[in-house]
Design a protein around this ligand. Structure first.
Ligand SMILES: *Cc1c(COP(=O)(O)O)cnc(C)c1O
Length: 379
């Protein structure tokens, strides 16, 4: 069968031959648990890539979010302001610590949290502000950090999409007190499941090391700074094994390459669909700062009916496009555990009208062309 009749998947994990070699090295070594040579190497690469001095690998982006919330001392009775248009973990991590997510609306063009609404949602109970850079398009961090300073409330950056995106606010992930990255295999760089926490507030570094190591001072012990390790605080096992770190380390070497391929596809979609968008009253992405991570390519259709029709059309011709986040504020757990501040109109509209196209570095030119041809045959 020619590739023409095979489905074009929404996402396919990027494969690096060196990962296999690294895995064999680990499995034959005496250090398969966490914090070995590959963790050290991958951590240094991430540090260099982001400019963050304090990077810790975690088992997932979700685990990193759980750490972030706990590091900022969120507990029962506390509120954390968070977008409703985000991944479930953005809110579930707050609930896991006993806090309450307070959902606010987004900007209608980027899908990012609206800083003016964050300010309006602050109460004496607000313990943190959590923002998510959708698609690696930066949240207006000047506005967010000004609110943070005025009210003395720390910021968490969920940067699962925007690894190493440079902006006029600084590199994403280095602006808030803490930030998280995800290395799930749907992300730009992956190790199956994995993540990292970037600790930008130096006062939180030691607490983070302890929390990640089951609440013990093991990191200090391994550095020879204490003579035995002891349980000193709340913690859990947040560190990945060397097997995951070995894959991540190999992927990080390919980062530039991966981004180049993703941007090439993104730019082709963007330029080839200008007329199509005008014809269908659809809106293409227009990152306000001109920067993004080529993590997602989406179109906003005029209404949900048209969006669903477009996705059905693509699917019927073997092109697997998809919607994205289902708003958290109206989801069963969001209703049970969270609170809404103000209107959620933009969140509902954005979520209902958004269609993402396949975007992964292994896509061939023919596949990209087929996606575009299929878009153009939509009536
Ligand atoms: C993927 C993702 C996460 C969670 O990452 P995992 O590594 O899958 O736990 C969190 N937030 C956002 C915005 C994500 O896209």
């Amino acid at each position: 069968m020619s590739t023409n009749t095979e489905n074009i998947l929404f996402s396919e994990p990027f494969r690096v031959p060196l990962a296999t070699e690294n895995l064999i090295t680990v499995i034959n070594s005496d250090h398969i648990h966490g914090d070995g040579p590959f963790t050290s190497s991958a951590t240094h690469k991430l540090s260099k890539l982001t400019g963050s001095k304090n990077v810790l690998l975690t088992t997932s982006g979700t685990a990193a979010l759980e750490m972030a919330v706990r590091l900022l001392h969120v507990g029962p009775g506390d509120e954390v302001i968070v977008p409703s248009f985000t991944f479930s973990s953005g809110a579930a991590s707050i609930v896991a610590a006993g806090g309450m997510p307070v959902f606010v609306d987004i900007e209608g063009d980027t899908g990012n949290i609206d800083p003016a609404l964050v300010k309006a949602a602050i109460t004496p109970k607000t313990k943190a502000i959590s923002v998510m850079h959708y698609g690696g398009v930066p949240v207006n961090m000047d506005a967010i950090m000004a609110i943070s300073r005025d009210h003395n409330i720390p910021v968490i950056e969920d940067n699962a999409h925007g690894l190493a995106v440079e902006t006029r606010f600084g590199t994403l992930g280095t602006i808030g007190s803490v930030a998280i990255q995800s290395f799930h295999d749907t992300k730009n760089i992956h190790c199956g499941e994995g993540g990292a926490i970037l600790i930008n507030d130096p006062a939180l570094v030691e607490a983070a090391e302890i929390m990640r190591e089951k609440g013990t001072n093991r990191s200090k012990f391994l550095r020879g700074q204490v003579d035995k390790y002891t349980w000193v605080e709340w913690g859990s096992s947040f560190l990945p094994s060397e097997l995951n770190a070995a894959v991540l380390d190999a992927q990080l070497d390919e980062f530039e390459n991966i981004q180049k391929k993703r941007f090439s596809i993104w730019n082709t979609y963007q330029s080839e669909l200008v007329e199509w968008a005008a014809e269908h009253s659809a809106t293409l992405m227009s990152p306000p700062e001109g920067v993004h991570a080529a993590h997602v390519f989406f179109v906003l259709m005029p209404d949900q009916y048209k969006r669903d029709a477009l996705l059905a059309h693509l699917r019927s011709r073997g092109v697997i496009g998809t919607f994205h986040y289902v708003p958290l504020h109206s989801s069963p757990a969001g209703v049970k555990y969270g609170r809404v501040h103000g209107s959620m109109d933009k969140t509902d509209s954005f979520s209902g009208r958004l269609a993402r196209l396949p975007l992964w570095p292994g896509m061939s030119d023919e596949q990209v062309k087929r996606v575009l041809d299929t878009m153009k045959s939509f009536q």
